[in-house]
Design a protein around this ligand. Sequence first.
Ligand code: AMP
Length: 188
Amino acid sequence: MSSEVLLMMGPPGAGKGTQAARLAEAHDLRALSTGDMLRAHVSQGTDLGREAKAIMEAGDLVPDDLIVAMVRSELDELEEIRVLLDGFPRTPGQAVALDALLAEFGAEMTAAVVLEVPEDELVRRLVGRAEELGRSDDNEATVRHRMSVYHDATKPLLDFYDARGLLRRVDGTGEMSDVTRRIQEALA
Ligand code: AMP
């Protein structure tokens, strides 16, 4: 099998995690979520977890060098680069680092899917998720802050991938299964 690298992008609350899991299964890819990896570090109390905890609770971004090192060590474990990256890259620096990593591992980006959901709907979903899952970075003030971090740091990456013809914009509203179908169509 040849390498395949899909990115799942979009604002907090857009449904990246759910759709990433489904897409990874359909394309036989390893789903790598930097948010999940960081949460595992926090709960295991590693050095990285201790460094990341307060940053995550504030809704800010963990420094690029830490994130890139974490992703690199995951890629290093794989026999072939067949991955779906969820929540990475999130800054221009991470996007440049990802290009370098892929070149190093002899892989190329396949496509970047961005889930588009109106902001009011995102806040409603995230505050609901806070109540359900008890994620400490899901209260309304932090949610608003994460949204502004997305606008400032991450959204510019959409143009970066669009200019390369890799961006696939997908309507992220409505039933999850409809979103899954739209993603499949966008990638077909
Ligand atoms: P997520 O589950 O993707 O929403 O990530 C939760 C939190 O983890 C974010 O709000 C950030 O604090 C941190 N995080 C996850 N991925 C990254 C990344 N690629 N760069 C910097 N921080 C990240």
